[in-house]
Structure formats: C-alpha cells, structure tokens
Design a protein around this ligand. Structure first.
Ligand SMILES: Cc1cc2nc3c(=O)[nH]c(=O)nc-3n(C[C@H](O)[C@H](O)[C@H](O)COP(=O)(O)OP(=O)(O)OC[C@H]3O[C@@H](n4cnc5c(N)ncnc54)[C@H](O)[C@@H]3O)c2cc1C
Length: 385
C-alpha cells in the first residue's frame, strides 16, 4: 500500500540518507562494527556532517530543527535498516531519541549551548542511563543517589544495559535526589566521561545488535556540578522521563516496522532467486501464502505507525497510544522476521545474511523501552479507569 505521509522535503532527505549509505554502509563496515562491538566515531562524525543525526537540534545550535517531525528520523531508520545495518540505526537512535531530546526539550540555555552543537556533529555522543542491576521496569526502585554538596552533587551507584554506554561522552543519568520513591525524589543529571569516579564496566555480550555497544557504568563519589542538573530544577527527573517516553516508544515501533518491511523485501528477492525441486521457492504455494500474510502485516504496520507519526507531529501522541503501538508493532515485527528466516532456509541462520541479524536484533524490541508486559499494563490500566 502506498504511504502518503512524506512530502518533497522528506524525499530529498531520503536521497541524502541513501548517498550516506552508499559511502559508509558496506558489507565491510557492517562486519567491522559487529566484530568491534561498536560503531566507530568516524562514521558517527560522517553522519553528523551529512545531517543524519541531531535532527531535532534547533538550527541555531547547528541541527536540522525537526523538533516534532519524526518523519525525517523515520527515513533514516528505514534506509539504514534496509541496508542491513540495524546496529548503526540503533546508535543513531540513542543519540537522537534518548539523549538529545533531554537537552533540546528540558535543558537550560547553558546546557543547550554547551551540548547541542557538538551532539549535532557527532563530536559528542550521548546515552541515557535509567536501568540498574536491581531495577528496570520498576524505575522508582533505583539506588543510584546524588547527594547535594557545595556546587553540585556527589553521585554513587551503578547502571546496566546502557546503549552506547561505552562510546558516549555524556550520559543523562536518572538518580535519586530525595528520600522514598515519590516522583519528586528523582532527578536527571549529566555525567561526563572523565569525571573522577565515573567508570565504564564491561561491554555486555548480547544476542543481537552486535555492532552497537551496551555497557555497565559505575559511579563512586562522582562530583557533578550543579549546571549539569537537567532543567536546573531538582525533583523533576521522573516527570522528565515520562515526557520523553512517547518518542522513545514511537521510535521502537518505527524500527520494528522498518525491520519487518526490510525482511519482507529481502525474502521476496531471495525466494524468487533460490530454487528447489526445479522451481523457485516462491512458486510453492506455502511460500506465496506466507509472503501474502507478511505483505499485509507490513502494510498494516505502516498504516498504524504513520498515523502515530502524524499524531506525534501534532503533539497528540499520548503515553498510552505510544505504549499500544510499541508492543503491537514489535510483536508483528517478531512474527514477520521469524517467517522470513524460515523462508531463507539454512541461510536465514547465518549472520552474514541481514535476515539473521534482523532476527537477533528484533528480540530486544519487545524488552527495552519498557517491556511489552509493561506496555500492556499501561494500556489496560487506562481501559480500566
Ligand atoms: C540491549 C539492551 C539495551 C538497553 N538499553 C538501555 C538504555 O540505553 N538505557 C537504559 O536505561 N536501559 C536500557 N536497557 C534496559 C531495558 O530498558 C530493561 O532491560 C527493561 O526495561 C526491563 O527491565 P529489567 O531487565 O530489569 O527486567 P525486569 O523489570 O526485571 O522484568 C523481568 C520480567 O518481568 C516482567 N515484569 C516486570 N514488572 C511487571 C509488571 N508490573 N507486570 C507484568 N510483568 C512485569 C517484565 O515484563 C519481564 O518480562 C536495555 C536493555 C537491553 C537488553
């Protein structure tokens, strides 16, 4: 089904993205990212130069100024995922959807001036650290504290599963600044690489997204100056996280739809090429029926995701709507990618093939950004009101 949400500016931007992919996303670079376990800085700088990251950074700070128009980010994700580089799409997503928004929407003027120009170029990479070894879904159970001292805070604690945790230069970190677990007991502070007591733990060995680093972080009496408190106001951290959740969840839904579409396209081509019993794989009725189901699912995914993209642009995507689409899209993605692996036979299991990597990458979409059980909980609580 033809999609109708993109205008000429979006399509011109798609050409820029495709040009970048032609230069920087090759089989060799994907293999290198996978074996290094991270995206090299030169690629991130090239992405900054080409205007593929920092899309929501206002123009006065060197960005594209696409504050609410997530369609440009969608194009980046679609094309990078279609090129088989899910890890690169992940690294771009952490920068643009998890780190930059806290500075753009909630930063003080000084924070914007300090961080945004370099985040737009890729000179500064960001991360968001909420999860701890003992608290993921239940974020109010975190133990990392920021105790007020003269001129700032002393931060102690540990975080885990932090995407871009090894490569990031600054980490927006969820901490306790008060007693108990009331929403106003939490704040967001920016920790910077090189601050004494800020250590990077081991890079975690993951099932998928092998080309994107995920790490543990630990903090021992890290002095964080007052000016690194997001928005300059203590006790707003929980609300600030909630404010960015619709975007975070929308971005995972977009990644899910993009991966499902890419899997469909790769599989269509593969089954037309591959032969068995003297016929093309696509000539078996089972293959055609499976692909017909996948084609409809991909159409439905985009119809739903596109509607959410327009709602987000108009400032109307609620937390509940974002939760719905996150769990629905990532579960359809999972089914589609699994079907497509099967239609590739043994090659579907070999990670040189993008379909195998897409399968491994897809699994975490149902876990991070809030697990799909938590998404159902949010939606069902709203229904029960
Ligand atoms: C590759 C990867 C990248 C990540 N990147 C980041 C990042 O950049 N920053 C960051 O802060 N975090 C990140 N995370 C963490 C991720 O968001 C958490 O893993 C996720 O929120 C789940 O938390 P948990 O692992 O503690 O699971 P738990 O909360 O312990 O959940 C375990 C199980 O219990 C279920 N469960 C929990 N509570 C309920 C409930 N109320 N009702 C029903 N079921 C429930 C869950 O759905 C899950 O199935 C990442 C994780 C991974 C794997």
């Amino acid at each position: 089904m033809e999609r109708d949400i993109f205008d000429e500016d979006h399509e011109a931007f798609r050409e820029v993205v495709l040009e970048f992919i032609k230069r920087y996303v090759t089989n060799e670079s994907i293999a290198r990212w996978e074996s290094d376990g991270e995206i090299d800085r030169a690629t991130m700088l090239a992405a900054g130069e080409a205007g593929l990251i920092g899309l929501s950074v206002p123009e006065e700070f060197g960005g594209a100024g696409m504050l609410q128009d997530y369609r440009f980010r969608t194009i980046v994700m679609e094309e990078v995922i279609r090129a088989g580089a899910g890890s690169l799409a992940g690294a771009f997503g952490i920068q643009d959807d998890l780190a930059v928004p806290y500075v753009v929407h909630m930063g003080t003027d000084e924070q914007k001036a300090k961080w945004l120009p370099k985040m737009a170029t890729g000179e500064v990479l960001g991360a968001l650290a909420m999860t701890e070894p003992g608290a993921g879904s239940d974020l109010r159970g975190i133990k990392t504290t920021a105790k007020r001292v003269e001129g700032g805070y002393l931060v102690n604690g540990a975080k885990t599963f932090i995407s871009s945790g090894k490569t990031a230069d600054m980490v927006v970190t969820f901490v306790k600044t008060g007693e108990g677990n009331r929403p106003d007991a939490f704040s967001l502070v920016i920790l910077e690489n090189g601050m004494p007591g800020f250590e990077h733990g081991k890079k975690l060995s993951k099932m998928g997204f092998h080309g994107h680093d995920t790490a543990e972080l630990s903090f021992t009496d890290v002095f964080v100056p007052q000016e690194n408190l997001i928005s300059g106001t203590e006790g707003k951290g929980f609300i600030q996280l909630m404010m960015n959740l619709p975007l975070e969840r929308l971005s995972i839904a977009v990644a899910g739809a993009a991966a499902a579409e890419a899997a469909f396209e790769w599989t269509l081509a593969y089954t037309k090429d591959r032969q068995a019993f003297g016929e093309r794989i696509i000539d078996f009725q089972n293959t055609r029926f499976q692909l017909a189901d996948v084609a409809v699912t991909v159409d439905a995914l985009w119809a739903y995701v596109d509607k959410a993209l327009l709602a987000y642009k108009d400032g109307k995507l609620s937390a509940e709507e974002a939760a719905k689409i996150k769990f629905w899209a990532t579960e359809r993605e999972w089914e589609v990618v699994d079907t497509c692996v099967q239609l590739h036979g043994g090659y579907g299991y070999i990670t040189e093939y993008p379909i195998a990597r897409a399968f491994l990458d897809a699994r975490v979409h149902r876990i991070y950004g809030g697990t799909n059980e938590i998404m159902r909980d949010i939606v069902s609580r709203q229904l029960a009101k």
